[in-house]
Every structure is written in C-alpha cells, then in structure tokens.
Design a protein around this ligand. Structure first.
Ligand code: PAF
Length: 280
C-alpha cells in the first residue's frame, strides 16, 4: 500500500492501467468505511482511499481543528481492507490559498442538512470535484446514510459531466434497526430507545407503500410514529419529508418516480439522520 499527497498520487496513477475505485473519507475510519472499501475492492482493480479533513465543509461554529485524526489506526484499517493508495494530502496542498472558484450545490444544498449547515455542501462538492480530478477514478463509492451528500454528488456528476460510475452503499443498521453512525456512541440507553422511533417511522412508511399507498399517505405513516414518540418524550424532530430523489423537492401526491423519505431527529442531545428509498 502506498501513501502520499498530490505528487505521489499523480506519479502512482500514471503507472496504473487497471480500473480505479475511490472511497473519499475524512478519516476516523470505522466499519462503515470498511464496507465502502470492501465494495470498492469488488468493483475495480485498484482502490484509492482519500483521508482529508476538508476545512471548506466546516462552518465557523464547527470544530475543524478538533475533528479526530487517528492516522495510524486509519492506515492500518486501509491496509487490512486491501487499499492500494491512501491519498492523504496536506491542507496547504489542496488549498494553497483560499479557493476563489468553488462548486455551488444550488438549491439542493440549501435544504435539510444544508439549512442547518450553510455552505457545507458547497465545501463537500468542491473537495469531491478536486478528488475526482486528482484520482481520476472509474468508480466512486459513497454511503447512502448521508443521502443528501450522495444525491448532490450524483447531480454534480451529471451536471458537470464527470466520467465515472457512482456507487451508493445502503444504510447499515444495528440489530435494533438504528442506522450505524459514529454519533450513536453519544446516546445513553434512554436516548437510544427514543431514537428507535426513527427506524420505526421509516418501517411504517415502507409498510404502507408496499400496500400501494401514495406519497401523502407514506409520509403521514412515518409522521404518526414520530409524533407519538415526540409526545412520549426524549426525541424532537428536525425534519421529515418525502422528496423527489432527483432534486430533493417535496413530492406532490401524484408524484411518479424515485423518492426518498428523509428524517432528522434529536435524541437526547444527539442529532441523527436516516432515510428510506421509495418508487412510485
Ligand atoms: O462524507 C465525508 O466523509 C465527506 O463529506 C467527504 C465526502 C469525504 C468529503 O470531504
């Protein structure tokens, strides 16, 4: 396994003729990242994992400096996952000066997670575009847990004609149904029990959709479960919305196509996100 910044990556990339899969990360790698790397390994001859804590996607009130950087453990996990090149550039290499030209995430980047974190998705798309340009991957693997990020990357690939295949890995769940997240470690037993209303709400929506319900009833089924949980206490809902997967706009009742039910809720003091896909 090789490790390096931009110069080393370019030299390595020139010498490769096989297909390349990219797994972009900010490090602090866990089993979710491992699953992305396993998928990348299955999909291409060579795997590049980028480890770069991207300052552009942190807001002024978010702690870029304190973001965990366990580089030794991350390298070991990459080695174990069969990664061929760990791209770990310095901030000064990626951004020698504050970038004037950035990718705009547009309206899709201003809603949901983007409303809570203004500018976040512009920062994400800018660094992902740079990673695509530098690594030149044939395939890029992202987790579907961060579904808004995935939808925006897909839209950027379409809108800016990046020549690569985007692969989304389904949300991985604990046995109790809660989507796996590094934030789950902040939940005490009571918070966790309240948080289980999130997967229950999604399941209720999936159940009514399987009986042929339309968008309005699907969203309502989830809302009933979440409203009951809010009344019982321990959880607050930030948003719950059934949206068109192509543009993240709310689905009208006669909607036909791919939709996503997006949810964010705060259990105890921890903000969690989850989602489920639907076809109408
Ligand atoms: O999902 C992440 O870890 C980051 O947003 C990404 C895609 C690596 C860009 O910095």
């Amino acid at each position: 396994m090789e490790i390096g910044g931009i110069q080393a990556l370019r030299a390595w990339r020139k010498g490769q003729s096989g297909t390349v899969a990219l797994v972009p990360t900010m490090g602090a790698l866990h089993s979710g990242h491992q699953a992305l790397m396993d998928r990348a390994r299955e999909s291409a001859d060579l795997v590049v994992t980028s480890i770069f804590v991207n300052p552009l996607q942190f807001g002024a009130d978010e702690d870029f400096v304190k973001y965990p950087r366990p580089f030794t453990a991350d390298k070991a996990l990459c080695e174990e996952a069969g990664v061929d090149f760990v791209f770990a550039p310095a901030v000064g290499e990626m951004y020698p000066s504050a970038p004037e030209v950035r990718v705009s995430s547009g309206r899709m980047g201003e809603v949901f997670e983007g409303a809570a974190r203004p500018g976040h998705f512009d920062g994400v798309l800018t660094v992902v575009a740079k990673l695509f340009t530098l690594v030149k991957p044939d395939i890029a693997v992202f987790g579907l847990k961060d579904i808004q990020q995935y939808c925006l990357v897909r839209r950027m690939i379409e809108d800016l004609n990046f020549d690569l295949e985007l692969v989304g890995l389904p949300v991985v769940r604990d046995p109790d149904g809660l989507a796996m997240s590094s934030r789950n470690t902040f939940l005490n037993a009571e918070d966790r029990s309240a948080a289980l209303a999130i997967p229950r709400a999604l399941e209720a929506a999936v159940e009514v959709a399987s009986q042929g319900a339309g968008p309005g009833d699907v969203e309502r089924a989830a809302r009933v479960v979440l409203d009951a949980a809010v009344t019982a206490g321990g959880i607050d809902v930030d948003y719950l919305s059934l949206v068109d997967a192509g543009n993240l706009q709310p689905c009208p009742n006669d909607f036909r196509g791919s939709a996503l039910l997006l949810v964010s809720a705060i259990a105890g003091a921890t903000r969690l996100i989850d989602n489920a896909p639907f076809e109408f």
